[in-house]
Design a protein around this ligand. Structure first.
Ligand code: NDP
Length: 250
């Protein structure tokens, strides 16, 4: 399968895992629309087949409009990487409705809007890949992660069902479940974990390193390599699955 010239959408493509995936696709000659809420972040990494567009995934109308504009410019989206997400954590008794809804709106609704709108153009083609970035928190419970874990379990269930909707067709739908990856999310969560667990920032970072059982943070490029593998024709039979890149965590 020649990826060159195809159009991919990577949400949250300006940083972390999304940026690594976008760069790996762009290196194969794919035209990649990268989205996020901060234009300056996207513009800084744009170029070399990477095209920035501001899009808040919680806003269904904006998602529809931005994706339609990208399709008009670069053709049908044949690779959709629904990656945008937030990883804020709170224990149950501190999870108010507003916090719960913010996490769901970004991680679950945002993934749904992205995939639904991308699919409109993908279905006009004879090949497509949908890849959602879930988490190992989508496969297990984690201290202080009720909302996050629920949203990421939701992503997995949704993607499994979307695969069923089109089973036997030329499209595949899979989730990737990373463990702790060295991105801005881990840096931001260090303080949150530190205050929740009553440990220093250094100990909080070490807790994440130790949780990956190979005792290191995962590189964003390791997650990107799995996304690229899913785009390979050899993966035609991998559908409705969730793939852990988690150092043996689950
Ligand atoms: P980053 O914070 O670097 O990436 C998150 C991206 O999502 C940012 O580019 C951010 O851009 C974008 N984003 C957040 N909210 C919105 C929104 N409402 N609308 C549009 N874009 C949004 O961290 P990661 O690369 O680590 O995270 C990527 C994904 O990987 C997330 O879904 C996360 O849950 C998942 N993940 C990460 C793990 C880790 O250890 N790092 C582990 C397991 C899963 P902007 O702020 O400019 O909008």
């Amino acid at each position: 399968m020649e990826l060159k010239g195809k159009h991919a959408l990577v949400t949250g493509g300006g940083t972390g895992i999304g940026l690594a995936v976008a760069r790996a696709l762009a290196a194969e000659g794919v035209n990649v629309t990268i989205t996020g809420r901060r234009l300056e972040v996207l513009q800084e990494v744009a170029g070399d087949n990477m095209f920035p567009a501001v899009m808040d995934v919680t806003d269904d109308q904006a998602v529809a409009e931005v994706i339609a504009a990208a399709v008009a410019e670069r053709g049908p989206i044949q690779i959709c990487v629904a990656n945008a997400g937030i990883a804020e954590g709170r224990k149950l008794h501190k999870t108010d409705t507003e916090f719960w809804r913010k996490v769901m709106a970004t991680n679950l609704d945002g993934c749904f809007f992205t995939v639904r709108e991308s699919l409109k153009s993908m279905l006009t083609t004879d090949w497509g890949r949908v890849i959602a970035i879930s988490s190992i928190a989508g496969l297990r419970g984690l201290d202080g992660a009720g909302a996050y874990s629920a949203s990421k379990h939701g992503v997995i269930g949704m993607i499994r069902s979307f695969a069923e909707d089109f089973m036997g067709g030329p499209y595949t739908f899979n989730s990737i479940c990373p463990g702790y990856v060295d991105t801005p999310i881990v840096a931001r969560n260090t303080d949150a974990i530190s205050s929740r667990a009553g440990v220093s920032a250094e100990q909080a970072r070490d807790m994440m390193i130790q949780a990956n059982r190979h005792k290191r943070l995962i590189k964003p490029e390791e997650v990107a390599a799995t996304a690229m593998w899913l785009c390979n024709p050899i993966c035609e039979s991998v559908n409705g699955q969730e793939i852990q890149i988690a150092g043996g965590q689950v």
